[in-house]
Write a protein that binds this ligand. Structure first.
Ligand code: HPA
Length: 276
C-alpha cells in the first residue's frame, strides 16, 4: 500500500544519512542538477537504492538524492525529477516529495526550466512563481487519500509561500540579480506547446510555461511542505521567437542559468529564517 511504500523509502534514505536531518528540500530539473555540486559534506543516495522511487530517464535529468549543507542549512536535493508525461502511477510520482517530508523537511524549493510567454520576461531571466494554472487536466492527488499524509481537499491559496518569495526577492536584490514574479502555466508535455496554445495560456494569465511545477506543488502542499518556486527562463514560448523551443535549447539555457540559480538558491537559504 501507498503508506508502506513511503515508510520504506524514508527508512532506506535514513539508513544512509545517519544523524543528518534535512530541513529544506530542493528539486532540480533539466540541466540544473549541477546545483547540488555546491552542497558541502554531501551524502548521495541514487534513486535506484530507494524502494519505489521512479528513476529519471530523461536526458539532462539526474537521479539521486544529495543531502548536505548549503547556505548554512541542511538540505535534501532531489537531483532529477519525474514528470506526469512519463506515465508513472500516481503513488510513485508522489513518492519523492513525500519522502522529503518524511525525512523532516518543512519546505521545498522547486526549481524548473520554463519558456516565457510574457514578452516582458526575457530568456535568461529568473522568476519567482506567485501562483500556477494546472493545464494538465490531471490532479496528482487523484486516487484514495492517505489521511496520514494530508487532507483530502487541500487549499492552494498562497500555495507558493509569500514569505519565502519575499526572502528570495531580498536575496536576489542582495546579489543584484533581477527576479521577476509571475504565474506558472503547467503544460502537460512531453510535446512542447503549439503557438496557439502559448497565446491561449497568455490570455489565461500565465507568464511562463513548464512541465513540472504545478503538479509538484500540489503534492508538496498536500503533505505540508511550504513551497518556493523558482523558474529559470531558458527560451521564449513556441511562436514567440524565430527558433525552437527544443530540448537542446532548454539544456543550453539551463547551462547558462545554472550559476545564477545556484547563487540565488544559496543566498535564499542563507536568509531563510529572516522575518520579512
Ligand atoms: N515549454 C514548456 N516547458 C519548458 C519550456 C517551454 O517552452 N522550456 C523549458 N521548459
Amino acid at each position: 500500500m501507498t503508506h508502506d511504500m513511503l515508510t520504506a523509502a524514508v527508512a532506506a534514505v535514513r539508513a544512509r544519512l545517519g544523524e543528518v536531518r534535512p530541513r529544506i528540500g530542493v528539486v532540480t530539473g533539466s540541466g540544473l542538477g549541477g546545483i547540488a555540486d555546491a552542497i558541502a559534506r554531501a551524502r548521495h543516495v541514487p534513486y535506484g537504492d530507494i524502494p519505489g522511487f521512479p528513476v529519471a530517464r530523461v536526458a539532462g535529468h539526474e537521479g539521486r538524492l544529495a543531502v548536505g549543507e548549503l547556505g548554512g542549512r541542511t538540505v535534501a536535493c532531489l537531483c532529477g525529477r519525474s514528470h506526469l508525461y512519463e506515465g508513472l502511477e500516481m503513488p510513485r510520482l508522489r513518492l519523492p516529495l513525500r519522502t522529503l517530508r518524511g525525512l523532516g523537511c518543512e519546505a521545498v524549493v522547486l526549481v524548473s526550466t520554463v519558456g516565457s510567454i510574457n514578452p516582458d520576461i526575457a530568456a535568461g531571466r529568473l522568476m519567482a512563481v506567485r501562483d500556477h494554472i494546472n493545464l494538465t487536466g490531471v490532479n496528482p492527488l487523484t486516487g484514495p487519500n492517505a489521511a496520514a499524509v494530508g487532507p483530502r481537499f487541500p487549499s492552494l491559496v498562497d500555495a507558493y509561500d509569500p514569505r519565502l518569495r519575499r526572502v528570495a526577492q531580498r536575496a536576489a536584490a542582495r546579489l543584484g540579480l533581477p527576479l521577476a514574479e509571475g504565474v506558472m502555466a503547467h503544460h502537460p508535455g512531453p510535446s512542447f506547446e503549439t503557438p496557439a496554445e502559448i497565446r491561449a495560456y497568455r490570455l489565461l494569465g500565465g507568464d511562463v510555461v513548464g512541465m513540472s511545477m504545478a503538479v509538484e506543488t500540489v503534492i508538496a502542499r498536500h503533505c505540508g511542505l511550504d513551497v518556493l518556486g523558482i523558474a529559470a527562463v531558458t527560451n521564449m514560448g513556441a511562436g514567440m521567437s524565430a527558433s525552437g523551443p527544443s530540448h537542446e535549447e532548454t539544456l543550453a539555457g539551463a547551462a547558462a542559468l545554472k550559476d545564477d540559480v545556484g547563487r540565488l538558491l544559496r543566498a535564499t537559504l542563507e536568509d531563510w529564517d529572516h522575518a520579512t
